[in-house]
Design a protein around this ligand. Structure first.
Ligand code: ASP
Ligand code: MG
Length: 416
């Protein structure tokens, strides 16, 4: 029995009309001889509506009951879709996560999948051709309903694909695949045919919304190829898969950006052992994600420490940083800047080839864009700039590295 997993997002199930497009995709897989496990999200906007309801009813909504509430979004989608299939004569039924079960821990609102009873699904496929499972939800060891965190249906789908040995996990959405950059920013953006798990993880961490980051981690861990494609067209999309030689030959596969950035500097802090820990431990304890960190060389026993955080956390960050300054004493003072944004070039080809950073810096210099901070990883260069230049920076780097064809391809004779 060949099983394929197809996941459809909120916009694909938002109306009866759109669910009919979903049905076409499922029937096409059936025509190829597959048994189909469909994983659905809640209708677009529904999860937000339910969360707002919880906050209206309760000043401090109970996390376990919130999960019972928000899980109904997916319950509604799967029942309606199963009806649609049955009306067309398809042997189909819906399944909630606890009926499978999909086991998770008990971190309500951000539960992690521990295991899936795949035997239930395999037995049911002896009687049904299509099973329609609720994404986003699970069941903990106490038998209570959990949810996996926003966008969690992607993770449900990848986990189910891995448990069932599905050839690939198809994630259907309202875009055609993963793009070299945001098409709204740059008209030359184009669809990527193959991208590695690691590149996709870097893109997701930069806020690319096409796949939820935990689903990519899961896909990487269990080597599940993920095909991101559109519900509303027949074109092939982007295959997120293991790194291969062709990918390694492209220096930069995408340009990502993040406007949700703030830069914070603690000036004149003592340059003694333990100071960094004193600054960053309270921020970590408060759950604030610190990204780039730069410490200046010491002058007269003091130094400046600069870091970036998501802009939405700036109030909390400032309150904590002011407290730290007080505790450090001396002349320690705090400054911050909200008009910053981060642009990144991502590509596994960077692993083995130097010079990418220099090319990026030169391209930005040509446009007179000032670089405020830089951070690099094995496959990414991130540059912090003034927010007003972000569009120009994205276009400049896209043009430099990607253009309308894969421009800079590693050639063993030119690099190394
Ligand atoms: N319905 C959930 C959400 O909106 C899960 C999902 O769509 O993936 O976050
Ligand atoms: Mg989604």
């Amino acid at each position: 029995m060949s099983i394929i997993v197809q996941k459809f997002g909120g916009t694909s199930v938002a109306t009866l009309e759109r669910m009919k497009s979903v049905q076409k995709k499922v029937m096409a897989a059936r025509a190829k001889g597959y048994k189909v496990l469909v994983v659905l999200s809640a209708m677009a906007g529904e999860t937000n509506r339910l969360l707002a309801l919880a906050n209206e009813w309760s000043a401090n909504p109970d996390p376990a009951e919130t999960d019972v509430l928000v899980a109904t979004g997916e319950q509604c989608s799967i029942a309606l879709f199963a009806m649609l299939l049955k009306d067309s004569g398809v042997k189909a039924r819906s399944l909630l996560a606890h009926q499978i079960p999909i086991y998770t821990d008990d971190s309500y609102g951000r539960a992690r999948i521990h295991g899936i009873e795949s035997g239930t699904l395999e037995n049911l496929f002896n009687h049904y051709d299509v099973l329609v499972a609720a994404g986003f939800q699970g069941k903990d060891h106490k038998g209570r309903i959990t949810t996996l965190g926003r966008g969690g249906s992607d993770t449900s789908a990848v986990a189910l694909a891995s448990a069932l040995g599905s050839v690939e996990c198809e994630i259907y959405t309202d875009v055609e695949g993963v793009y070299t950059t945001d098409p709204n920013m740059c008209k030359d953006a184009r669809k990527i045919s193959h991208i590695s798990y690691d590149e996709m993880l870097e893109m997701a961490s930069m806020g690319a919304k096409v796949l939820e980051i935990r689903s990519v981690e899961f896909a990487k861990k269990y080597d599940v190829p993920v095909h991101v494609r559109s519900t509303f067209s027949d074109n092939v999309g982007t295959l997120v898969t293991k790194e291969n030689k062709i990918m390694e030959h492209v220096l930069v596969s995408s340009i990502a950006y993040d406007k949700d950035q703030a830069r914070v500097t603690l000036r004149s802090v003592p340059d003694t052992p333990g100071v960094a820990a004193k600054i960053f431990s309270p921020l970590a304890d408060a759950g604030i994600v610190v990204d780039m960190i730069v410490q200046n060389p010491s002058r007269d026993g003091v130094t400046d420490m600069t870091f970036t955080t998501p802009r939405k956390d700036i109030k909390k960050t400032i309150a904590i940083a002011e407290d730290i300054c007080k505790k450090l004493g001396g002349n320690a003072e705090l400054t911050y800047d909200l008009n910053v944004a981060k642009v990144s070039a991502i590509g596994v080809g960077m692993r083995n080839h130097s010079g990418v950073a220099a090319i990026a810096f030169a391209a930005l210099q040509k446009e007179n864009i000032n670089i405020m901070m830089i951070s690099t990883s094995e496959i990414k260069i991130s540059i912090l700039i003034e927010e007003k230049y972000i569009e120009l920076a994205v276009r400049t780097l896209h043009d430099m590295f990607i253009g309308t064809a894969d421009k800079i391809v590693c050639d063993e004779t030119n690099y190394n």
